[in-house]
Design a protein around this ligand. Structure first.
Ligand SMILES: Cc1cc2nc3c(=O)[nH]c(=O)nc-3n(C[C@H](O)[C@H](O)[C@H](O)COP(=O)(O)OP(=O)(O)OC[C@H]3O[C@@H](n4cnc5c(N)ncnc54)[C@H](O)[C@@H]3O)c2cc1C
Length: 291
């Protein structure tokens, strides 16, 4: 199919993009990489009257240090995140996650802002934003606001953004010292959306796991942090037994949907298996004994 007719404007600044969004209410849509929006237009799942292209807006495409963390402009491509030395040095788990996003051609166009705003329940970047306690910086007619990733996603393909609100930047705070990580996903074929995925970071301090983080996706309408399990695992070494118990708790904490690709039971099983793998990998990368 082909999209409904629309007007097109290449915005020259954030202010211009916001002004056009505000003037058209919910009838205007931002286009960044176009890798999710254009298929939705072609299937006529969306029919905006105007597309506001932000690709020429200066200042939205950068990966810059922010203390020991990073500021990432909304227009930063998946491929830039995958290949950036700065990202690999500070957040290797993010580089790893990017290798699972679609195919190279899509990663060359798709942007971090677009992925977060599209909020696909099976997309890697929303889960990574949640895992890494990212803050999503936005601008609209009233000014700027900073939204913690945990408050950003409010359903499948849905966020708390207002109609005239634009994501400008994503800020990721530094990971704690001695921090290991794990990332695992299962999809039917390489490049497909994940049926389920898990990611973890674990810090090692005096022989114990501290600041444990565990996130899952594909098992609910939005990515999920497993905060109860994080608390349960913190303060002691990770062992085969504690990891097994954490994975068993995940089964009760998720309520995945069934679809053409996988049943709810299979996704629950994946959540359990992937949880074990990412916790074990994160613990070992932090310097803990192999489990
Ligand atoms: C075949 C195929 C396979 C794919 N597989 C995967 C996969 O495995 N994992 C995965 O995560 N993704 C996958 N994708 C999606 C891809 O990663 C997209 O690039 C990404 O979801 C959206 O980024 P974009 O820059 O292309 O956004 P666009 O398509 O341009 O926009 C997406 C949505 O976000 C809004 N938007 C964009 N930027 C902003 C902004 N700065 N502020 C406010 N709103 C904004 C748009 O209005 C639109 O509603 C796949 C896509 C295709 C076509």
């Amino acid at each position: 199919m082909k999209p409904s007719a629309f007007e097109y404007l290449a915005a020259a600044s954030v202010d211009e993009a916001i002004a056009v969004l505000a003037a058209h209410g919910g009838e205007a849509k931002i286009i960044a990489g176009g890798q999710s929006l254009v298929p939705m237009l072609n299937f006529r799942l969306l029919a905006p009257t105007i597309l506001v292209d932000i690709n020429k807006v200066p200042g939205l495409d950068h990966i810059t240090p922010d203390g020991d963390g990073l500021c990432i402009g909304a227009l930063t491509r998946h491929h830039a995140l995958e290949t950036s030395d700065l990202v690999r040095e500070r957040f290797p788990v993010l580089c790893e996650a990017m290798t699972h996003v679609a195919h190279l051609a899509i990663r060359n166009r798709g942007t971090i802002g677009g992925s977060l705003c599209h909020a696909d329940p099976a997309a890697e970047l929303p889960m990574m934003a949640l895992l890494l306690d990212a803050t999503i910086v936005t601008a609209d007619s009233d000014g700027a606001r900073e939204i913690p990733a945990k408050d950003f996603f409010d359903g499948a393909l849905s966020t708390v953004l207002e109609e005239d609100e634009l994501v400008t930047e994503v800020r990721i705070p530094a990971l704690p010292a001695n921090c290991g990580w794990g990332f695992e996903e299962v999809s039917q074929r390489a490049g497909d959306f994940a049926m389920a995925a898990a990611a973890a970071t674990v810090s090692l301090s005096n022989g114990a796991a501290v600041q444990v983080r565990l996130a899952l996706m594909g098992v609910g309408d939005t990515p999920m942090r497993m905060r109860g399990i994080e608390t349960q695992l913190s303060g002691a070494p990770l062992t085969a037994e504690t990891i097994e118990a954490a994975a068993a708790s995940v089964v009760d904490a998720v309520d995945p949907m069934s679809d053409l690709h996988a049943s709810s039971d299979y996704r629950r099983h994946l959540a359990q298996v992937l949880t074990k793998r990412v916790l074990s990998d994160a613990w070992q990368r932090a310097g803990g004994t192999a489990q």
